[in-house]
Design a protein around this ligand. Structure first.
Ligand SMILES: [Zn+2]
Length: 452
């Protein structure tokens, strides 16, 4: 049993509009066992000076941040695909080219480096939306879940928790064209065989859990949607689905099915409280109503959506409809939860030409508690007794954060300001460095092996 007393210069506690000064946080193994503000009103007798055994956390300590939408291998495209013309669809062709060079070993190395980059940014849990299942030409590996196992191992080695959102991916278009070329590696044939493959897999290690994904209404025919949804219900697992990232998807779905993608998912029982729609950039008002009624979540990926010229999702309107919002770095154009979170507010400002749609505390919960819950970790994302001992400390003395009011980190800080990260009670990042991995070197080596 390991007990630790941490003394945070500032800590952002649940339900608080802004951080609290001088907070004693006690942890035993992977759990928070005490949270005590020491000044000014909390315990006036327990002065900060007497806590000689406590580990000092200078700066602002946040709960663990969640990255609810990742495709680890997309990191290999960063800085290589931003200069030309085109859109989501032309970028996708470049992304497919990388898949042809990935195997279980190269994917493990790349994903470990990417998850370690996330750790440095304060991310303690990731949702990996995983669809690169099979070998070249779609031939299953001897172990048909070896690619998923590589991702689970990668997260363990990088030190963060992972929800493997195993994606069902069957067709190339809404009207059911078959998978061809690189897409063949994604397919299981039909949803029943997808479920059989996923049922045969149990992730190794307490850091990982299973979830399901419907890649999109392009990739799963309407008559197979319920099979995936039923698997998720039966396993009490989160279910994620790419939704209305592109107007072209909405148009194709209306042409084939006479309804929007959200309408189609609702009709087939996909929208539930444990469901998260990823993007939801172009929903109709009726779509927002359906998601809100079901209490389904939406995972916004603002830096990817801006990079791919997708558009701006109606974040405030969705939150007002009762939809919990989470955040994902998706294509990993950047991995920076601060940039992702402030974009939720700043994009609304650009759209409405008005300020003040989301308070800093709203941005915190979007980046932490809601994201972990969307991944099935309902005991993470709050500095509260009984929750997982995840602590992310942001320095307030960098060139970006010096002189900033602590609550202002959401508008001023970057991932580079994260100095210390504790995951499940273990120090993973210290003094801005990963405790076991040379992350820039690992990224450079792993990407050189698969990018052109
Ligand atoms: Zn995605």
């Amino acid at each position: 049993m390991t007990s630790t007393r941490w003394l945070a210069e500032y800590a952002w506690l649940p339900e608080q509009a802004e951080p609290t000064a001088d907070v004693l946080i006690e942890t035993v193994d992977d759990r928070i066992t005490g949270v005590t503000p020491l000044t000014p009103a909390g315990h006036p007798d327990a002065g900060v000076d007497v806590l000689v055994d406590a580990v000092r956390l200078p700066g602002l300590t946040l709960p663990g941040l969640a990255n609810a939408h990742s495709h680890a291998f997309h990191r290999a495209l960063r800085g290589r695909t931003h200069g030309g013309r085109g859109d989501f669809w032309s970028w996708r062709d470049q992304m497919y080219a990388v898949t042809t060079r990935l195997d279980p070993d190269s994917y493990l190395a790349l994903a470990r480096a990417v998850y370690a980059e996330m750790a440095l940014a304060g991310i303690t849990g990731v949702g990996e939306f995983h669809y690169l299942h099979h070998g070249p030409g779609g031939t299953p590996y001897a172990d048909p879940n070896v690619m998923g196992a590589a991702l689970v191992a990668a997260a363990a080695q990088a030190g963060i928790r992972l929800t493997l959102l195993d994606a069902c991916y069957l067709t190339a278009t809404v009207d059911g064209q078959p998978l061809t070329g690189p897409q063949q590696r994604f397919g299981d044939g039909d949803a029943t065989r997808w479920a059989e493959r996923v049922d045969a897999f149990t992730p190794e290690g307490g850091h990982a859990r299973m979830g399901a994904a419907i890649h999109s209404v392009r990739a799963v025919p309407a008559d197979q949607l319920a099979t995936v949804a039923a698997w998720a219900v039966h396993r009490d697992a989160p279910l994620h689905v790419h939704l209305s990232e592109q107007p072209a998807e909405n148009d194709a779905c209306r042409a084939v099915h006479g309804r929007t993608p959200t309408g189609l998912l609702a009709e087939h029982g996909v929208l539930r409280r444990s469901t998260t729609a990823v993007h939801a950039t172009h929903p109709t008002s009726a779509d927002v109503g359906l998601l809100g009624e079901a209490r389904s979540g939406v995972c916004l990926c603002p830096t990817t959506e801006r990079d791919l010229a997708d558009g701006i999702g109606p974040a405030r309107r969705m939150a007002d409809a009762g939809i919990p919002l989470s955040l994902g770095s998706d294509s990993h154009a950047v991995i920076d939860p601060f940039e992702e979170a402030r974009a939720v507010e700043l994009d609304e400002r650009l759209r409405t030409r008005r300020r003040g749609h989301f308070a800093p505390a709203d941005l915190l919960s979007t980046a932490s508690e809601t994201g972990h819950a969307a991944l099935g970790w309902t005991d993470a994302g709050r500095i509260a007794v009984g929750d997982r001992a995840d602590l992310v400390t942001v320095r307030l003395d960098s060139v970006r954060t010096a002189g900033v009011a602590p609550a202002g980190v959401w508008f001023a800080a970057s991932a580079a300001d994260v100095t210390q990260v504790v995951v499940d009670g273990r120090v993973l990042v210290h003094d801005g460095h990963h405790v076991t991995l040379d992350v820039p070197q690992e990224l450079a080596t792993a990407i050189a092996a698969v990018a052109r």
